[in-house]
Design a binder for this molecule. Structure first.
Ligand SMILES: C[S@@+](CC[C@H](N)C(=O)[O-])C[C@H]1O[C@@H](n2cnc3c(N)ncnc32)[C@H](O)[C@@H]1O
Length: 227
């Protein structure tokens, strides 16, 4: 995706223009439910880092992104974090590692800026359509994600969004592929989104079966920097 169109996406997230508000009002519900058993309550410290929050304002975090758009406190590449060592008590890196050129380098940087004993939350897609922010390089299984975070102490792991989320996002994306016109793709996205979203609740059962990872949508890993 070009830098311009990506920055437009970020701008629309918080825009108060009536066209953008109407778009948000008519947008279908998300085709996924979050796994209710995913832990969320690891302690925040005085300084916490949110990587990749363009267009958002995550409370309690320094928000770092490649793009200097609304909500971003620090515009920088996660491969070279502009912070000193041992600063952040908690780091969020949600749906970012598939977009960076060198994920190992990002992990080294995160380990460097985290305070000993601090918590890191990683979320990555496994079965998910190609999406450029601004590039899309890879997918992760839970094993792949744990390997990448091998220097940290594992705390919790699992699937954030399940097989039905995969089915729905792929079905909607497939239908859009068949249509050559952008307006039609928008219409089919909205229509199928509204028609199919109730199926997302099947994941509340599938995520409990232990089989969700066969075609899971996004996996998560909580790890701790050793003291
Ligand atoms: C899929 S979005 C993440 C969504 C985010 N977790 C949220 O809830 O809004 C990926 C984000 O990572 C940012 N990003 C991509 N590569 C990056 C890099 N090398 N350094 C910092 N941010 C990056 C993108 O600009 C984008 O905002």
């Amino acid at each position: 995706m070009s830098r311009d169109s990506l920055e437009d996406v970020y701008r629309r997230r918080g825009s108060t223009r009536w066209q953008d508000r109407l778009g948000r009002l008519l947008a279908p519900p998300a085709p996924y439910v979050m796994n209710p058993t995913e832990p969320k309550d690891f302690p925040l410290g005085r300084w916490n880092l949110y990587i990749g929050g363009a267009g958002r304002r995550p409370a309690g975090y320094v928000n770092l992104d490649l793009f200097a758009v609304a909500g971003v406190d620090v515009a920088a590449d996660a491969e070279l974090l502009p912070f000193g060592d041992n600063v952040f008590q908690r780091v969020e890196c949600d749906a970012v590692l598939e977009h960076v050129r060198r994920p190992e380098r990002v992990m080294e940087e995160i380990a460097r800026v985290m305070a000993p004993g601090g918590y890191l939350h990683l979320v990555t897609p496994f079965c998910h359509p190609f999406h450029e922010y601004p590039k899309d390089y890879r997918r992760y299984t839970l094993d792949g994600l744990k390997e990448l975070a091998g220097g940290f102490e594992p705390v919790a792991e699992g699937w954030r969004t399940g097989p039905t989320a995969t089915l729905l996002v792929i079905a909607i994306e497939y239908a859009k592929l068949l249509l050559p016109w952008r307006a039609w793709r928008g219409l089919v996205h909205g229509t199928l989104g509204w028609l199919l979203f109730p199926l997302r609740y099947v994941d509340l059962w599938l995520l409990r079966t232990g089989r969700a990872g066969r075609i899971g949508n996004h996996c998560y890993l909580w790890v701790r920097k050793r003291e």
